[in-house]
Design a protein around this ligand. Structure first.
Ligand code: CAA
Length: 253
């Protein structure tokens, strides 16, 4: 139900439950959780692509939640797993085709970059079901697109197309369906060749800065992290390569 392949530092995790439009069952999320634990320790992973088969994911499995009481809902909830994806040190890319709804879109919101196909349908339809987003959507979406647009999507529970998602900054780019995985692979391969410690540090710093109460605190953190990069071999290599007018060969050290 979760497929994973890795080649030359690029990992591809795909949800595979086509008969339910990749609706996320507890079992699928448990599999994802175990995989993310392994990926967090991986010495080889440089970039992770998260995708679905035909559809990204039509949300959490409604049939698995319908009879939950609050305790059951807590046990069913995806946030502990989704937080592991958001906390991965390496860059992550969501490749979204078909439906990316509810817990599906919330999964994509845990990634650093999002690519959608021109026919993708995105949204947080939970209020149509008498609940609200429960896997980070209320928190991550407004940070990305602003409060008003986030509330528009959440309160109306509406689906939007890829172009509207692009216009509001919810996705980074829109591509034809046939080019989705090819584009995601190109982006990932490009990132995998870049200085890994610099990318991980930049990701950590942007995330930390977003949760700092003041810009000054964020900048203090940035300064420490920036200075720390001057201990790496990749800093010396990157700068020497510039001066010597050649391409850098980063080693990740
Ligand atoms: N949970 C369980 N099953 C789902 C599902 C879901 N989220 N989404 C689709 N399916 C199943 C359908 O029940 C159907 O199965 P059967 O053939 O056994 O009836 C199959 O997938 C195909 O779906 P449809 O027949 O409905 O396909 P459609 O093309 O007519 O409609 C759709 C597609 C608009 C995506 C529609 O399926 C739909 O609205 N799905 C639910 C979307 C949703 O509300 N997602 C949010 C879930 S709540 C959540 O995610 C909570 C959270 O914050 C974590």
């Amino acid at each position: 139900m979760i497929q994973y392949k890795e080649h030359e530092g690029v990992g591809v995790m795909q949800i595979d439950r086509p008969e339910a439009l990749n609706a996320l069952s507890r079992e699928i999320v448990d599999e994802m959780d175990a995989l993310l634990d392994k990926l967090a320790e991986s010495k080889t992973l440089r970039v992770l692509i998260v995708g679905g088969t035909e559809h990204f994911a039509a949300g959490a499995d409604i049939k698995g939640m319908v009879d939950c009481d609050p305790q059951g809902a807590r046990a069913f909830g995806f946030s502990p797993t989704y937080n592991k994806l958001a906390a991965l040190a390496v860059p992550t890319i969501a490749a979204m085709g078909g439906y990316a709804l509810g817990g599906g879109l919330e999964l994509a919101l845990c990634c650093d970059l999002r690519i959608a196909t021109d026919s993708a349908k995105l949204g947080l339809p939970e209020t149509n079901l008498g609940i609200m987003p429960g896997a980070g959507g209320n928190v991550r979406l407004p940070r990305l697109v602003g409060e008003a647009k986030a509330l528009e999507l959440i309160l109306f529970g509406k689906q939007i197309g890829a172009q509207e998602a692009l216009d509001m900054g919810l996705v980074n780019t829109v591509v034809p369906q046939a080019e989705l995985m090819e584009t995601a692979m190109k982006w990932a391969e490009k990132l995998a060749k870049r200085a890994p410690v610099a990318l991980r540090t930049a990701k950590r710093t942007v995330k930390k800065a977003l949760s700092c109460p003041t810009a000054e605190e964020g900048i203090d953190f940035e300064t420490e992290e920036w200075c720390g990069l001057f201990t790496t071999a990749d800093q010396k290599e990157g700068m020497r390569a510039f001066i010597e007018k050649r391409k850098p060969a980063f080693t990740g050290k």
